[in-house]
Ligand binder design. Structure first.
Ligand code: G3H
Ligand code: 13P
Ligand code: ZN
Length: 284
């Protein structure tokens, strides 16, 4: 089918009241797993490349893999830059054929985040590429977030309204209590805050750090306006645990295909489950 702009998928999700899965891709097997899962579930899907993935696989390799996968399936696929660090990196992604970029200015003061995001929106829009930005700080599970700090770190609903008005961004990542990586305890999502953001922001909302968030919380977040759900850690777990199991069962194995093939299957299974949970199955 070929790669499509992400905004198209999110607008349809908005109209249908579901969310599109955005799955982090680090190697060929995971790209293939995302494509196979999306096709099996007849679902639109987003493949995304993190900073670590770009370092590991290379931007052009990831773009070529995603393009090949998208052309091979009959469902719409968007290719997205995850947590883009600079205007220059966004430019490299536009040249490589990404159909969506995230510019993550969340560590900057509000005015600087707005200025950087505006610059990216102007350039990306000129070539039909979607833009996601972030407001508030989404922690890593290593950052121990205490409730007292939550107000300083979480997205402020009024600022979110101002940010979207002043940047013209297509999708907004918010900090409402999720974190990247494995959770130590149960995550506590601030749904009141999400509802307040939703009341002030008319564009699709993005949930990061969604691995390990209970299914009912994911459903509630989607009910409150989340239209893109990011999953990385759950894929890594499924993939590596299957590698471990295969090697434990046959410590003499030396054929990478005998290890990575089953790992790819494990990734397909977890991605299919997520697609069904997000309500995007059958929406392609
Ligand atoms: O952005 C969040 C990713 O799950 C972590 O990415 O370790 O591949 O950079 P990375
Ligand atoms: P998890 O690894 O917690 O699923 O987060 C993924 C993510 O938000 C990528 O941007
Ligand atoms: Zn993220």
């Amino acid at each position: 089918m070929g790669l499509v702009p992400m905004v198209q998928l999110l607008q349809q999700a908005e109209a249908g009241g579901y969310a599109v899965g955005a799955f982090n891709c680090n190697n060929m097997e995971i790209v293939q797993a995302v494509a196979a899962a999306a096709e099996a579930e007849k679902a639109p899907v987003i493949m995304q490349a993190s900073q670590g993935a770009i370092k590991y696989a290379g931007l052009d390799y990831i773009a070529a893999l995603a393009r090949t996968a998208a052309a091979a399936v009959n469902v719409p696929v968007a290719l997205h830059l995850d947590h883009g660090t600079s205007f220059e990196q966004v430019m490299r992604c536009l040249r490589a054929g990404f159909t969506s970029v995230m510019i993550d200015g969340s560590r900057l003061p509000l005015a600087e985040n707005i200025a950087l995001t505006r610059q990216v929106v102007a350039a990306a829009r000129a070539v039909g590429v979607s833009v996601e930005a972030e407001l508030g700080k989404i922690g890593g599970t290593e950052d121990d977030i205490h409730v007292a700090d939550a107000d300083a770190l979480f997205t402020d609903p009024d600022e979110a309204g101002q940010f979207v008005r002043e940047t013209g961004v297509d999708a907004l990542a918010v900090a409402i209590g999720t974190a990247h990586g494995r959770y130590r305890g149960e995550p506590q999502l601030d749904f009141d805050r999400l509802a307040a953001i939703r009341a002030r922001v008319q564009i699709p909302i993005v949930l990061h750090g969604s691995s390990g968030v209970p299914d009912e919380d994911i459903r509630e977040a989607i009910r409150l306006g989340v239209r893109k759900v990011n999953i990385d850690t759950n894929i890594r777990e499924a993939f590596v645990e299957r590698c471990r199991a295969v090697l434990a069962g046959n410590p003499e194995e030396i054929d990478p295909r005998k290890v990575l093939g089953p790992a790819r299957e494990a990734a397909v299974e977890v991605i299919r489950e997520k697609i069904r949970l997000f309500g995007s199955a059958g929406k392609a």
